[in-house]
Design a protein around this ligand. Structure first.
Ligand SMILES: [Zn+2]
Length: 286
């Protein structure tokens, strides 16, 4: 870390040690776990347009292609492990200074690192929901059903993964067999919020309540491009709550942040957690 970052981390450590921290995390926190950040600095790699709820529910071909790609993508996300950044967040929570964690990520890695009470704004890819009966099931079970229903697709996908980043073409995708709800035969969907869909109001109000009671809103790894995250920063500013951002590169929250640390999260956050743990255990001077 260069000197400026060291000083910034010390300042942020002092803020956090006062407690009342609410964390808002985004994709940049999970890139070190091998999960691509479609909006951040390494996000230019997006090859297909994001699925919308309307296309998913109304267009059987789009749905089939989506499930084929999603089934491949699950191999990366389902096997991802939390990184030093996730562990540092869990450690800060363990120090008692964190009042809440709100995440835009759908990978479940905060919880895998030991954090609790996480508000998953956009849902979690490890869960599957039936759009007809509302049944919630585990993604691993669905992945096994999809593997079984698509033995030839699986072979093609393995061959492509081995030679790099090539994408399956549409004819491969169109051969993919989608499976339905085991309880009612209804349409299954990953339990995540799609473009064109709104975040469930209960999650939004819970998040606003956390932010409204915070002393510091700490944004980690989010460029705040989408309003679904940025609105919490705007609320904090309106309520006079200070905002700190740790993110690689420019963010749309910059004009509002009292502190912006532009450095790798995997380095900054463990230092920060160490700093706060040290401060918490230091003898009180009278
Ligand atoms: Zn069902």
């Amino acid at each position: 870390m260069d000197l400026q970052v060291v000083e910034q981390v010390a300042e942020l450590g002092a803020w956090i040690s006062e407690g009342g921290v609410v964390i808002l995390s985004g994709a940049g926190l999970s890139t070190d776990s091998g999960i691509p950040d479609y909006r951040g600095p390494s996000g230019s790699a997006r090859r297909s347009t994001p699925m919308t709820y309307q296309a998913f529910t109304r267009d059987p071909i789009a749905r089939r292609r989506y499930w084929a790609r999603s089934h491949l993508g699950w191999r990366t996300i389902g096997e991802a492990f939390p990184n030093d950044g996730h562990r540092a967040v869990a450690a800060l929570q363990g120090c008692g200074v964190v009042d809440g964690i709100i995440t835009q990520n759908v990978d479940g890695l905060h919880q895998a690192a030991g954090a609790s009470g996480v508000v998953e704004l956009h849902g979690n890819l490890a869960r599957i929901v039936c759009l007809d009966c509302g049944d919630l099931t585990a993604r691993v079970a669905l992945a096994a059903r999809l593997d079984e229903a698509n033995p030839a697709f699986d072979a093609a996908a393995v061959a492509i993964n081995a030679d790099g980043d090539a994408e399956l073409d549409d004819t491969d995708l169109d051969r993919f067999t989608v499976v339905d709800c085991l309880s009612c035969g209804g349409m299954l969907k990953p339990d995540v919020v799609y473009f064109g869909e709104t975040v469930p109001p209960e999650r939004v109000s819970r998040s606003f309540a956390l932010v409204g009671n915070a002393r510091t809103l700490l944004v980690l790894g989010s460029s705040l491009t989408v309003m679904s995250g940025r609105r919490f920063v705007l609320r904090a500013v309106k309520e006079g709550i200070r905002v700190a951002i740790v993110n690689r590169g420019v963010t749309r929250g910059e004009p509002y942040a009292g502190l912006h640390i532009d450095a790798p999260l995997g380095i900054v956050l463990p230092h920060l957690a160490g700093e706060v743990a040290g401060e918490m255990s230091a003898p009180v001077r009278i």
